[in-house]
Design a protein around this ligand. Structure first.
Ligand code: SF4
Ligand code: SF4
Ligand code: FES
Length: 474
């Protein structure tokens, strides 16, 4: 049902349930906002969108972003009182965040140039956009507003520890109206500029639009037993035997199919982690623990989101400076999505009548999920497992671990082989130290999945970007 109301002397008509802000925008009236995004639940934190309403002869001030319209409402978005409220709010914000461009620009629009008082130099305005995008759209809830009163701030729940939940999707950095989120040390929002900077700093080779920076692309099989020609295991063994690293952070099945990140120090340890697990496990806290325990040359084997997190830590902590002598070699895996353990176990039981905890092997190959139990293979189309996909995966656009030193996966090679993408000097040294039989790669097959993953992520990011365009326009 449509509602009629008056806004700044104009008649407006809008669907019932819309807000004053939506109504104003539909008739081209600009109301400033800082904590609003159309794809997120309104929060009413900044109050910059305050407007005056008149209802049954009574006037009051409300926030336009979350006030539902009513028929016959009279709205004034530019009364002297409203302008004064916005000026005062902007003066406070400018006193709190004097270096933030968006605050400076909004303040200028309202004639506020220099606040009359000074508060702590901050960057975060506590608008809650980052926490809402992380919870409501990405589905991760890696960050929250923590503490109370003047201590209130945004961060991962344990502010002194690296987050094991953040997948580095960068959604929070996109919506943040300031630079605050990019300054947080224990999450890993990765922007397009970060990716460029990381590639320039750590990688070497030609820049390929689909596969990222790389120098070599091969398909190989080793004498080591392991999944898809044992390439990951063989690379790790070669790296350890040649002293490129003395510890490796790997994921190992611990209890049934349940897996855990562990630091291993020898060939036996590496072999104990053979086989692909399509689960997401806490990794970054384990890496932090290893570095704090004095480990200095570490190989990390991870999925694209874990690779991003490691690179962000290297980039922002400036790891080498903070912990002199630390060298990290990153082995990235191909990954389309990961699954929830309980969900995958239940689905596997329902579908095939077998226990995932007893699986000898799991594999996603040529669009099929294959689980091997007691020597028998059970398979289905991987798309049928959609409901068990972990939160956040639909926001990840990296299939081939573009920021790793060396990336490994089965797509693009014949059965029993792995495709390896070399992206840095140390990645190349690692491959050169490994014995393998080489065959040709079908690059087209990899590109197909690279594009599929990117297309899905782009679709999800579009909701965020559209909302930002509205913000810029107003
Ligand atoms: S970090 Fe940015 S998005 Fe998050 S509350 Fe602070 S200002 Fe808002
Ligand atoms: S980068 Fe993504 S997952 Fe990490 S805190 Fe930000 S929105 Fe959440
Ligand atoms: S309170 Fe409405 S935009 Fe912040």
């Amino acid at each position: 049902m449509k509602m009629k109301l008056e806004i700044d002397g104009m008649e407006a008509e809008i669907e019932e349930g819309s807000t004053i802000l939506e109504t104003a925008r539909s008739v081209g009236i600009d109301i400033p906002t800082l904590c609003y995004h159309p794809a997120l639940e309104p929060f009413g934190a900044c109050r910059l969108c305050s407007v005056e309403i008149e209802k049954r002869g009574r006037k009051k001030i409300v926030t336009a972003c979350n006030y539902p319209v009513e028929g016959g409402l009279v709205v004034n978005t530019k009364s002297t009182e409203i302008i004064d409220i916005r000026k005062m709010l902007l003066e406070l914000l400018l006193a709190r965040c004097p270096e933030e461009e968006r605050i400076q620009s909004l303040a200028r629009d309202y004639g506020v140039v220099k606040p009359r008082f000074k508060l702590e130099d901050e960057h975060c305005i506590l608008c809650g956009l980052c926490t809402r995008v992380c919870e409501e759209l990405v589905g991760i809830s890696a960050i929250n507003v923590i503490s109370r009163g003047v201590e209130r701030e945004v961060g991962a729940p344990y502010r002194s520890e690296l987050s094991d939940d953040c997948i580095g999707c960068g959604s929070c950095a996109l919506v943040c109206p300031t630079e605050a989120i990019k300054r947080m040390a224990n999450i890993y929002p990765t922007t397009a500029e970060d990716i460029r900077e990381i590639e320039d700093r750590f990688l070497e080779g030609e820049r390929d639009e689909e596969l990222g920076v790389y120098s070599d692309l091969i398909a190989g099989k080793t004498h080591v037993s392991g999944q898809d020609g044992g390439m990951v295991t063989a690379l790790l063994i070669a790296g350890m035997e040649n002293n490129f690293f003395d510890a490796a952070l790997v994921v190992r099945r611990e209890e049934g199919y349940k897996a855990e990140a562990v630091v291993v120090h020898d060939v036996e340890g590496i072999k104990s982690a053979r086989g692909t697990k399509y689960l997401r496990v806490p990794m970054m806290s384990k890496l932090e623990e290893a570095v704090s325990d004095g480990k200095r040359k570490i190989a990390v084997v991870g999925t694209p989101c874990e690779v991003r997190a490691v690179r962000k830590i290297q980039q922002r902590w400036d790891l080498e400076r903070k912990f002199p002598g630390v060298e990290i070699i990153v082995l990235g895996l191909y990954c389309l999505e990961s699954f929830d353990y309980e969900g995958l176990k239940e689905d596997t039981r329902r579908r095939f009548g077998v226990d995932l905890d007893k699986a000898e092997k799991t594999q996603i190959t040529r669009g099929k999920y294959v689980v091997t139990v007691d020597g028998g293979d059970y398979s289905c189309d991987v798309r049928e497992l959609e409901n068990e996909v972990r939160e956040g995966c639909p926001f990840c656009d990296d299939f081939v671990s573009r920021l790793a030193d060396i990336s490994i996966g089965s797509v693009g090679s014949p059965d029993g082989y792995s495709t390896v993408i070399v992206r840095s000097k140390i990645g190349k040294k690692l491959l050169d130290a490994t014995e393998f039989i080489e065959v040709e790669v079908d690059k087209k097959e990899i590109v197909k999945l690279v594009k599929l993953k990117k297309r899905n992520a782009d679709r999800n990011f579009a909701k965020i970007l559209e909302g930002l365009e509205t913000r810029e326009k107003n």
